[in-house]
Design a protein around this ligand. Structure first.
Ligand code: SF4
Ligand code: SF4
Length: 301
């Protein structure tokens, strides 16, 4: 019996998640809570029901469908008790205006591989599979079994990680991954903690560890004007990355406002409502600093 994991999206024909055309598997759960998170609904590992109250027509179908009695009406409002919900998704299937949406579904590795084999033609032509999140290392046993299955099938394997994971687990993954997309969000531990909820000590140690273990690594920097865009931060990043082995390049990912839409949609607080994307001059300037350290820099995914 293959291991079971929780996946919230399988994105086909992705061209920004590693070389060639890829299928990106988004595993649920993340140990960080970045202010600019594009998938805030994916941060918990367990499946969750998302609810858009403005679409609800009050038909009561969801309440009747729930075998766990997890949905009730309180003060005229539908309330879901997450402690009773097992993520079966029935209430979402019966909701006429699609006001309820299940985020996260159980897959066995075999079920996942059945989905991935459908895209094999792209994998034979320079593409592959990318495991992303959330944070893929939040479900290490499922992840490793899936990576091994992809390896047996001859698929190129990319791991998109925030690096906040135990050192033994991430170094153990090196023999199973062809490439890492490794996020470095800030070089200052205090600022990193402020913007993501954790400091960067483990993340930078792990970056060094997988480099020494022979990994190929593409550094990804979400470029946030006024948060991590300063010259000092870019120089600190350049100094840290320059001596590492296996660095294929650095991608600067300019901030855009997609994350705000996601937060608004699910009625979540968004701290960066007033933040504007960087200008081309700002991103070019940051790229120039990193290039000064001999790094190959690409703007965008
Ligand atoms: S997902 Fe299943 S258990 Fe959870 S509220 Fe809906 S019907 Fe009930
Ligand atoms: S099934 Fe959908 S529309 Fe009907 S009460 Fe539940 S959430 Fe509202």
């Amino acid at each position: 019996m293959s291991k079971t994991g929780i996946i919230f999206d399988i994105k086909r024909y992705s061209i920004h998640d590693g070389p060639g055309t890829r299928t990106t598997v988004h595993l649920k759960g993340c140990p960080l809570a970045c202010w600019w998170c594009h998938n805030p609904e994916s941060q918990s590992v367990a499946p969750v029901v998302l609810f858009r109250g403005e679409k609800c027509i009050g038909c009561g179908s969801c309440v009747k469908s729930c075998h766990n009695g997890a949905i009730s009406v309180r003060g005229g409002t539908l309330v879901t008790d997450d402690g009773l919900c097992d993520g079966c998704g029935k209430c979402c299937e019966v909701c006429p205006p699609e006001a309820r949406e299940l985020c996260g579904r159980h897959y066995t590795v075999d079920e996942l591989m059945t989905q991935l084999h459908k895209d094999e033609i792209f994998f034979r032509d320079g593409g592959g599979v990318t495991f992303s999140g959330g944070e893929p290392f939040m479900q290490p046993e499922f992840l490793f079994e899936a990576l091994d299955a992809c390896g047996r099938a001859g698929y190129h394997r990319t791991l998109d990680t925030c690096g906040f994971v135990s050192k033994s687990v991430i170094t153990d993954s090196v023999k199973r991954a062809d490439l890492y997309l490794y996020d470095v969000k800030h070089m200052d531990p205090e600022k990193h903690k402020e913007y993501t909820g954790v400091d960067n000590v483990v993340i930078l140690e792990n970056l060094r560890a997988i480099s020494e273990a022979g990994a190929k690594i593409n550094i990804r920097v979400p470029f946030m004007p006024g948060l991590n865009s300063g010259d000092e931060n870019m120089h600190a990043l350049g100094r840290f990355v320059q001596p590492l082995k296996g660095i294929t390049g650095v991608n600067i990912l300019p901030y855009h406002t997609v994350a705000k839409g996601k937060h608004d949609r699910w009625h979540m607080e968004y701290k960066l409502s007033d933040l504007l994307p960087p200008t081309e001059n700002q991103t070019r300037h940051a790229a120039g600093i990193l290039e000064g350290y001999g790094l190959k820099v690409h703007i965008g995914g």
